[in-house]
Design a protein around this ligand. Structure first.
Ligand code: IMP
Ligand code: MG
Length: 332
């Protein structure tokens, strides 16, 4: 697998966390670097019956051998970093770049008032105001925070060295293509570009180093916060279909719509996807729950995967069939 970038082809919450943690375990990933905006993202990982909600630590933590890094492009909340690192017992293998921007209480306050809260319906985690300060050259950097000293590491240097040595590396994207500041439904977007090229920049690797871009698509589409969602169904209908989900960070009920081929195709283009991961197929077709072999799935499941491959012109290499990390069909 060498260097794999994992990104989201819809509006976030497609299940990147599960894909990253699966790859970390089965491919013996040496280094996983988290890219993206910051603790506005919540990645869920279910391993051995335990559910983890991660806002800062990379999802590859489930492999105890994996080095966990957060790239300089990411805004960090020191409190969340410290509490997650302690809770997950990953202190010894977590590295933060000295140039990560620091979210301060004033950023969180700003994010929970006015237009950001009212019109955009942000997560209120302070990432947007922090990135605004970064652009104004007034944000604090991780290197200025004594409590973070022991974690500081040159993330681009570590990652590029691992690649030079032929090790397997994952770049963990966050959010989703259609909430990218550049490619999403502006102004109802997050505060940075979050597509594959931006993820590489966040962690300090150049485009020539990337071998695979895995585009993660959920079997239906969800969106939290304001902005257009084509084909949106009513919240009661979402509940009836089992598509009702609640935000990892905010607890809000996510809005829902059927799988969207047009959005998926454009996301594959913008991210330069080389393969597709389909998640939560068991929610759409309960018969496939827990399957680990393509041949064992029912006809409707197999036809859906074939249609995705046909429309996108890309192989569907991974299919999620349940919440646990190992409930996965791997066709690579
Ligand atoms: P912000 O990123 O907190 O500024 O929020 C801007 C928009 O992006 C809001 O609609 C949020 O709900 C959405 N958003 C931000 N991060 C995530 C995420 O990780 N998953 C899903 N939506 C997100
Ligand atoms: Mg999420």
């Amino acid at each position: 697998m060498a260097c794999t970038v994992v990104v989201d082809g819809f509006f976030g919450d497609t299940g990147k966390g599960k894909i990253v943690s699966y790859l970390a375990v089965v491919d013996g990933v040496a280094v996983c670097a988290r890219a993206g905006v910051g603790p506005n993202a919540g990645h869920t990982v279910v391993k051995d019956g335990k559910t983890y909600k991660l806002r800062m630590v990379p999802c590859a933590f489930v492999n105890p051998e994996t080095r966990l890094l957060i790239g300089p492009g990411v805004a960090i909340n020191p409190e969340i970093v410290l509490s997650e690192a302690a809770e997950l017992v990953v202190e010894g293998r977590l590295g933060l770049d000295p140039q990560c921007a620091i979210i301060e209480p004033k950023h969180i306050e700003l994010d929970r008032t006015g237009d950001l809260k009212g019109r955009i319906q942000t997560t209120g985690s302070g990432t947007g105001p922090c990135n605004a300060d970064r652009a104004l050259r007034s944000a604090k950097m991780a290197r200025e925070i004594p409590e973070l000293k022991r974690f500081l590491s040159d993330v681009p240097a570590e990652l590029n060295k691992a690649l030079d040595e032929g090790k397997n590396v994952i770049v963990e994207g966050t959010q989703g293509t259609y909430i990218s500041l550049y490619h999403g439904t502006y102004p109802y977007v997050t505060s940075k570009d979050v597509c594959a090229s931006a993820a590489c920049s966040d962690v300090g690797i150049g485009p020539t180093r990337v071998d695979e871009v895995v585009l993660v698509l959920k079997s239906y589409v969800t969106r939290v916060g304001a902005g257009d969602l084509p084909g949106e169904i009513a919240p009661e209908e979402a509940r009836r279909r089992g598509w009702d989900e609640y935000g990892t960070v905010t607890g809000r009920q996510r809005r829902a719509a059927p799988f969207n081929f047009e959005l998926a195709k454009r996301a594959a283009m913008i991210n330069g996807a080389t393969q597709i991961a389909i998640t939560k197929l068991d929610v759409l077709h309960p018969e496939c729950k827990g399957s680990t072999r393509f041949e064992d799935m029912g006809r409707a499941s197999r036809e859906f995967i074939a249609e995705v491959e046909d429309v996108l012109g890309l192989p569907v290499t991974l299919v999620g069939t349940g919440p646990d990390v190992m409930e996965m069909i791997d066709r690579r």
